[in-house]
Design a protein around this ligand. Sequence first.
Ligand code: G3P
Ligand code: CA
Length: 310
Amino acid sequence: MPATPPIIIAHRGACGYLPEHTLAAYAVAYAMGADFLEPDLIATRDGELICCHDIHLDRTTDVAQCFPDRARSDGRWYAADFTLAEIRTLQACERFGDDGARVFPGRFAAGASGFAVPTFEELLRLVASLNRQSGRRVGVYPETKDPAFHIDQGLAIEPPLLALLARYGYQGRAAPVFIQSFSVDNLQMMRFEMGCTLPMIQLIEAGEEHDHRVTDAGLDAIARYADGIGPDKQRITETQGALVVGAHARGLQVHPWTFRADALGPGFSSLADEIRAFADHGVDGVFTDFADAAVAIVRPDSRQPLISSG
Ligand code: G3P
Ligand code: CA
């Protein structure tokens, strides 16, 4: 393991164990020793930011049972059509795919969980309180989901996101936060038009149509507004780590995604082998559904109290 091991980013909380994007999943990830908690963010009809991966509510909540008549003509239930008060009546559940089957059948039991869909502010409050009590400095790693859709709906994510981060004390390049987006326009707007000085990560998908982002010119462009890249991990294996070298040469951190004990990358027989291989490539962080395992791999000697009054 390198002298400076990668930071552990709890992808959607401890979603390997609990329904994703719930306060329970975030609290468990915190206690597991994660360095950052990752929420994806979408907006409700009344403009509140909630932690949810999809602009739809129907794959991770019981919205279809609770509001059977509120789907759009495409058969999907959009968070943008529901008030926060309505969303608070829902229960979060394990993720279902478009085929109606559970995406990860070995994870938390299907069906009503008793867990709610949290607001981003509730997550910020949770982190602030746990940090104050434990003395740790765990950060947040919010992703703006489908910013163009939200602007089109009159529900832009960026103003409430930056306002909330400011209200909870996140200021400047050293703040324990990374704002991430797949959208170049979105990050550039926050950086250059909204004056955001917080760390930013440009997410980069796999696939030929996105290859231009990882060329020398593409990385040069990203370095003008972002502090790092968040590539699909496949982009690092297929370049045998050259992407990490190229990014580091431009001062960009590299945080690949997503590391899962129950869905290993090709050629790996354990999560430990996979994370060690990426650490050896020099990545600066890893998104993982299993923060406990990842912490044990990158910091095997760590005995840091996770939640302790001592
Ligand atoms: O944000 C990094 C990674 O989470 C991107 O993928 O689809 O899980 O948001 P997704
Ligand atoms: Ca994400």
